[in-house]
Design a protein around this ligand. Structure first.
Ligand code: PLP
Length: 340
């Protein structure tokens, strides 16, 4: 019998486990637009507490979470500083420009992490010719630059510097729990310097739907209005929140398995003479000598391994809840057959 392919395309492909589905089936629900869904309220309170913040807001997707935060932080015509390959600039449909009227100021980096000095380079004396800076964006872990964890001292310095200039800082923490498990630092500590955080339940945590915005109470109240404008007001969404609560209880510590699996893939690729980005969490990037990444992806598919070519030379593998050790070993064998 043909075995199910090993799906390393993204950590979004996970399906709810039986335990998670049971929690969903049993969830108490109400109308969340009216603030009456007890499970949503429980999840939001739990998230606020985990991050040591005043309040939190459940949103349907990470994109809606990020864009809602940008809208609340900025005025049209302001500039936002972020890493050149961050998700907000590259994979959210240019919505920062369409919805918030924001102008991007990009910093190109090796691993996705910039310094306070690099932010300082954009600060000019008051000048009528220049778009005022409204926000600094950080991404942790950084998806497209290899899944690394933002060096904490550098991150804290960026936030401190931005605040000294009266500029707020937002963290796209889609995978901040991966950063936490990899570094051993609680999420409250990792995010201590920033003003708002978005994190995803639908990535490594393995829930089917949803992300969270965390921040100050008045910020979250403004965000609630923006969410409604975007059509993100949900009704008996407690059924989804139950999956997220289940994920917080059962799927955080196990992220260490995904990281170990990614390390295994890294070692195999290195053994094959490939150039691999240093693996820190659940994302593995390797770079081809020739622009034949698409062809390699097709061959791997033939060998029962699914993944994406992110550029003509770069391939990304992502480990997650639905990829066990056996699957990873199968993927390693397939890599050997295709790349040798
Ligand atoms: C997946 C992801 C998001 C949010 O994506 P959605 O598909 O809208 O939930 C945001 N930032 C990063 C870094 C991501 O990887």
């Amino acid at each position: 019998m043909e075995k199910k392919p090993v799906d390393l395309r993204s950590d979004t492909v996970t399906k709810p486990t039986p335990g998670m589905r049971k929690a969903m089936a049993e969830a108490e629900v109400g109308d969340d637009v009216m603030g009456e869904d007890p499970t949503i309220n429980r999840l939001q309170a739990r998230a606020a507490e985990l991050f040591g913040r005043e309040a939190a807001l459940y949103v349907p997707s990470g994109t809606m979470g990020n864009q809602t935060c940008i809208k609340v932080h900025t005025r049209p015509g302001q500039a936002i500083i972020g890493e050149a390959d961050c998700h907000i600039f590259g994979h959210e449909c240019g919505m920062y420009a369409q919805f918030s009227g924001a102008v991007p100021l990009m910093i190109n980096t090796q691993r996705g992490f910039f310094s306070a000095q690099e932010v300082a380079a954009f600060i000019t004396p008051p000048d009528v010719h220049v778009a005022p800076i409204g926000l600094v964006l950080v991404e942790n872990t950084h998806n497209m630059k290899g899944g690394g964890v933002y060096p904490q001292a550098q991150l804290d310095e960026v936030a401190q510097f931005a605040h000294s200039k009266g500029i707020s800082v937002h963290m796209d923490g889609a995978r901040v729990f991966n950063a936490s498990v990899a570094s051993g630092r609680p999420v409250s500590k990792i995010t201590q310097g920033v003003d708002s955080i978005m994190f995803c339940f639908s990535k490594g945590l393995g829930a089917p739907v949803g992300s969270m915005i965390v921040g100050k109470r008045d910020f979250i109240e403004e965000a609630r209005a923006v969410r409604k404008k975007l059509g993100g007001g949900m009704r008996q969404a407690g059924i989804l929140a139950a999956a997220c609560l289940y994920a917080l209880d059962h799927h955080v510590e196990r992220l260490a398995d995904d990281h170990a699996h990614a390390k295994l893939l890294e070692k195999t690729l290195q053994g094959l003479g490939m150039t691999v980005d240093p693996v820190e969490t659940n994302i593995v990037f390797f770079t081809m000598q020739q622009p034949n990444a698409e062809e390699v992806v097709n061959k791997l598919q033939g060998e029962g391994v699914l993944c994406f070519a992110i550029t003509p030379r770069r391939i990304r593998l992502v480990t997650h809840l639905d990829v066990g050790r056996e699957d990873v070993l199968r993927a390693c064998e397939a890599l050997k057959r295709v790349l040798r």
